[in-house]
Design a protein around this ligand. Structure first.
Ligand SMILES: Nc1nc(=O)c2c([nH]1)NC[C@@H]1CN(c3ccc(C(=O)N[C@@H](CCC(=O)O)C(=O)O)cc3)C=[N+]21
Length: 290
């Protein structure tokens, strides 16, 4: 093991603490707390765990958490009615509809119904467009957390070569845009990419977001590369990333563990985005370093 560990848990705790300090100021100035509404449809146990830890983090930051649990049989119309209510509710600054949704509900329709200015997940096409064109909006929490970890580890990212493995709307595409925004030379690799190990070997920065357990091996890496592992794969009861940690940590310069890497930063960024939403609504300024 030569690589430095990138401690996402510690970075997330520090970000949440910074937001909590600013939330106290916000409450003083406005007489109200920022609020996050989380909607869970169905009883998937993994989703229930995430939703619970989001609620806990929200309250610990001094914000209000509104939790809506709906049965798995909920119709799309009933879910849209709830989204409309949350859009209209001035105590709600952020709305998160936990994905995946049951098969009778079209995710795109639901996400598009959320007011883009309350879309703290950054999943609405308006926010995707804002990110692509450099307008202020909401950036998806997982890639935003990855960017923060990279800046913390490397300082200036300008001129570095980055490979993002995975092209999802939630992680891969926004991650590539964020790295481009920091003046990296960005390659997006995916399941049809030829000679993937050779492509990855060119990169100073590797972000793995494919959902394939332990796919990225140590001998794919440029020695000293910084590796961000977005994968959360449950394999035989334990949690592993998309990177083969044992071989990769012998070659990388720095690497995120799973668990304790990107996951905790995702939740911290959700808290951050909710606070930023409340500040925009109230015209309160906030620390641009957040
Ligand atoms: N609308 C929506 N927004 C989301 O942001 C969203 C979602 N739906 N659906 C599910 C995924 C998954 N997700 C995670 C958040 C934190 C951890 C996390 O903190 N993981 C811990 C480990 C937790 C464990 O042990 O299971 C860690 O990596 O250290 C993981 C996964 C957010 N998601």
């Amino acid at each position: 093991m030569t690589a430095a560990l990138i401690d996402g848990k510690a970075a997330a705790a520090a970000l949440r603490e910074k937001v909590a300090v600013e939330v106290a100021r916000f409450r003083e100035a406005t007489g109200r707390a920022p609020g996050l509404a989380v909607v869970l449809v169905g009883e998937d146990p993994a989703s229930a765990v995430y939703v619970r830890s989001k609620g806990k983090a929200t309250r610990e930051a001094g914000m209000e958490s509104f939790e809506h649990k709906l049965p798995a049989t909920t119709s799309q119309d009933d879910l849209l009615t709830l989204v409309d209510q949350l859009n209209a509710d001035p105590s709600v600054d952020g709305i998160l509809v936990q994905l995946p949704l049951p098969p009778q509900i079209d995710e795109r329709v639901v996400i598009t119904r959320i007011d883009p200015d309350k879309d703290v997940d950054g999943f609405h096409p308006v926010n995707a467009g804002r990110l692509a064109t450099g307008l202020p909006g909401f950036v998806p929490c997982t890639p935003l957390g990855c960017l923060m970890l990279l800046r913390q580890t490397l300082g200036e990212l300008s001129g570095k070569s980055a490979v993002v493995i995975g092209r999802s709307n939630i992680v891969g595409k926004p991650m590539a845009l964020l790295l481009l925004g920091d003046s990296c030379t960005v390659t997006i690799a995916h399941s049809r990419t030829r000679d993937l190990p050779d492509v990855v070997r060119q990169a100073d920065i590797v972000v793995a977001a494919v959902g394939r357990p332990e796919m990225v091996k140590g001998d794919w890496l440029k020695p000293g590369a910084t590796v961000i592992d977005v994968g959360i794969n449950r394999v035989e009861g334990s949690l592993v990333g998309d990177v083969d940690f044992a071989s990769a940590s012998a070659v990388a310069g720095a690497i995120t563990p799973v668990p304790g890497g990107v996951g905790p930063m995702t939740i911290a960024c959700l808290i951050r985005n909710t606070f930023v939403s409340a500040c925009r609504t109230e015209g309160v300024t906030f620390d641009s370093a957040l």
